[in-house]
Design a protein around this ligand. Sequence first.
Ligand code: CA
Length: 224
Amino acid sequence: MRILLVEDDELLGDGLCNGLIQYGYAVDWLKDGISADQALKTENFDIVVLDLGLPKLSGISVLQNLRARGSIIPVIILTARESTEDRVKGLDSGADDYLIKPFDLDELCARLRALQRRSSTRAEPVLAHERIKLDPASHTVSVNGEPIGVSRREFALLQKLLENTGRVISRDHLTQSLYGWGEDVDSNALEVHIHNLRKKFGQDFIRTIRGIGYMIDKDEEEEK
Ligand code: CA
């Protein structure tokens, strides 16, 4: 899952960026409102973590522009404790949730999972597909109840595909959801992760749609 983090405070931004990467997210960090506005026009993100007090263009304006363009991407805003007004304005401008600084990284991650669940219209926190269960909170995957070890990227890739069963996801979109800007990505990195997932979960588990991307079929129960 790819997060756009917009925060001008170097120390907080750096801590969040590193923390979120440790949790397995791909993170792009921007430090002012104008560059965030630009990036949101051209790039695909899964969630935005948006500070409201930003140089050049306020977080509220970034949010308002985003919603004016019709984007429904989940946004969580970061505000100071005393600014009730900001929080109300943020929520009324289309934010989905907020956190008051200072906050705990664990809480941010739990809220990110909740937003991601809601945006994929899932009620269940655990993703289940045939014999496979993926738990975003504990970062574990099991087959028939037996835990299976997967790398951070494999986990993120599997989660993305399981959240979109029955839909083809393009190579570009998958690669973007796994890697942030400035990360060195081998041209066949995605294929390597797919190969590893197939080795662990079965060759037919992930389908290659030639020239487009990859998909996991809906399981029979989901089709009913
Ligand atoms: Ca700020």
